[in-house]
Design a protein around this ligand. Structure first.
Ligand SMILES: NC(=O)c1ccc[n+]([C@@H]2O[C@H](COP(=O)([O-])OP(=O)(O)OC[C@H]3O[C@@H](n4cnc5c(N)ncnc54)[C@H](OP(=O)(O)O)[C@@H]3O)[C@@H](O)[C@H]2O)c1
Length: 374
C-alpha cells in the first residue's frame, strides 16, 4: 500500500465523517473505510448519537465478513476500547481480523487516549497513528474541547458592515449579510447544541433561532439572557417553546422574587424553562462562566452566541469564546450604529483580546472570517 493510497482512503473517511455533522453530539464525527487488495470493501460513519460507531457501520456494510480478514481499516479517530452506549470498537476490529489500522486523531477522551492503540498492537495489529492528523483533528474541535473541559465549545457569530456595524442607528439588522451567508449560519445552528442571545436582540428582532437547513435540521436549544424576565409572552421564542426547547436565564437572586412570580409561571406554562445563575461582579451581568458550566453538566457540547454587542462583550470579557465567525458584508451604515462588541472597551492596545486567524472564505457577496482563541 503506497502513502498516496493511504491518503486517498483516509480522505474518503474524512468526507464520510462530515455526514454526521449536527446529529452525533456530544459524540465526535468519525468516518471509517475498509480496504482489501486495493479495493474499498466497506465504509461507514457515526450517523447519530447512540447509534453504531463508524467502525461498526463499516463492518456492517461488508458484503462478506471474510473481506475484513487481513484488510486495512482507515478511521479518522482512535477506536474506542470502553463500553459506552455501544460495545468497544477494538473488539470488533479484532473479531474481524483486521491486519492494519490507520488512525487520524488520537482520542483525548481519558477513557481511550492511547489505550485503543495499545490494545490493537498487543494483538499483533499494525497501527499507523497521526495520519492526516491536522485534517482529522479539524473534524472535532467541539468534541476535543468538551471531553477535556466539560463546558461547551463557544462560537461567537455576527454579521457586520464594512464600517464594523451590526445594526443601523435605529437598531435594524435584517439583513446585513447576503442570503448565502444566512444559509451558512443555519448550518452552524444545526451543528450547535445551544444558541444564545441577549434579551435586547429578542426585543428588537423577535427571532425564531431555529435551524432552517436541508430536510432534517436539528434545532439548537434556545437560550435567552434575561435577568429581569422582560421577554414578552407573545415573542416567537415563547410561542414556539412547546416545539423547540427554550431556556430563559435569569438572575439567581430574582428566581423566587414575588414581583416575577406571575411572569415566571406564564413562561413556564408556555413551555419555557427558567434557569437561575449568579451575576458576574465584573460585568454586572449574568455570569456566562457559570452558565457554561451548567450547560456542560447538561451534556450541551457547543453553543452559538448570536449577540448583540452587549452579550458579545460579556462573552469576550469572560473569555468563554473559542471561535469567532464574522460575515463581512459590503455595506456601510455610518453614524452611531452599534458595533459587534459593546461594553467599556480597553484603553491600551496591549490590553486587546487576541485571536488567531483560522480561515477566510467568500460566500456570495460577503466574506466569512474565522478566528480561534489564541
Ligand atoms: N448583525 C448581527 O449579527 C446581530 C446579531 C444579534 C443582534 N444584533 C443587533 O444587536 C442589537 C441588540 O444588541 P444589544 O447589545 O443592544 O443587546 P443584547 O446583547 O441583545 O442584549 C443585552 C441585554 O441582555 C441582558 N443580559 C443578561 N445577561 C447578560 C450578559 N451576561 N451580558 C450581556 N447582557 C446580558 C441584559 O439585560 P438584562 O439586564 O435585563 O438581563 C442586557 O441589557 C439589536 O439591534 C440587534 O438587531 C445584530
Amino acid at each position: 500500500m503506497t502513502n498516496l493510497e493511504d491518503e486517498k482512503y483516509m480522505r474518503r473517511a474524512i468526507e464520510l465523517a462530515k455526514l454526521g455533522e449536527g446529529y452525533v453530539h456530544p459524540n465526535p464525527l468519525v468516518g471509517a473505510v475498509i480496504v482489501k487488495d486495493g479495493r474499498m470493501v466497506g465504509s461507514g460513519y457515526h450517523r447519530k448519537y447512540g447509534c453504531k460507531h463508524a467502525e461498526r457501520e463499516a463492518f456492517a456494510s461488508l458484503q462478506n465478513k471474510e473481506d475484513a480478514m487481513g484488510a486495512t481499516l482507515y478511521v479518522t479517530l482512535e477506536p474506542c476500547c470502553h463500553r459506552g452506549k455501544t460495545p468497544p470498537c477494538t473488539e470488533a476490529i479484532l473479531e474481524h481480523k483486521i491486519a492494519r489500522v490507520v488512525i487520524g486523531s488520537r482520542d483525548p477522551n481519558p477513557l481511550v487516549s492511547g489505550r485503543g492503540v495499545r490494545i490493537l498492537q498487543s494483538y499483533g495489529v499494525e497501527v499507523v497513528e497521526d495520519f492526516l492528523k491536522e485534517e482529522c483533528d479539524a473534524l472535532n474541535p467541539i468534541f476535543f474541547h468538551y471531553i477535556t473541559k466539560k463546558t461547551p465549545y463557544v462560537f461567537l457569530k455576527y454579521a457586520q458592515t464594512l464600517d464594523g456595524k451590526i445594526a443601523t442607528k435605529t437598531g435594524k439588522s435584517k439583513w446585513i449579510s447576503c442570503e448565502k451567508s444566512r444559509e451558512d449560519v443555519h448550518f452552524l445552528r444545526h451543528r450547535c447544541m445551544g444558541i444564545l442571545v441577549g434579551i435586547q436582540t429578542v426585543l428588537s428582532d423577535d427571532p425564531s433561532l431555529t435551524a432552517r437547513y436541508r430536510e432534517h435540521p436539528r434545532n439548537p436549544i434556545r437560550i435567552v439572557l434575561d435577568a429581569k424576565l422582560r421577554i414578552p409572552l407573545d415573542a416567537t421564542l415563547v410561542k414556539t417553546a412547546g416545539e423547540v426547547p427554550t431556556i430563559v436565564v435569569t438572575s439567581e437572586e430574582f428566581l423566587d422574587a414575588d414581583s416575577l412570580r406571575e411572569k415566571r409561571l406564564a413562561l413556564e406554562n408556555a413551555g419555557v424553562e427558567i434557569l437561575g445563575v449568579p451575576k458576574n461582579p465584573d460585568t454586572k451581568h449574568l455570569s456566562l462562566t457559570a452558565l457554561m458550566q451548567e450547560l456542560g453538566k447538561r451534556g450541551i457540547d457547543s453553543v452559538l452566541i448570536e449577540g448583540g454587542g452587549c452579550v458579545n462583550d460579556s462573552a469576550i470579557r469572560e473569555d468563554i469564546v473559542d471561535e469567532i465567525q464574522i460575515y463581512l458584508a459590503p455595506k456601510v451604515f455610518g453614524g452611531t450604529a452599534p458595533s459587534p462588541v459593546g461594553g467599556i472597551g480597553v484603553s491600551e492596545v496591549m490590553d486587546a483580546k487576541q485571536y488567531h486567524f483560522q480561515s477566510v472564505e467568500r460566500i456570495g457577496e460577503d466574506l466569512k472570517l474565522c478566528y480561534r482563541r489564541a
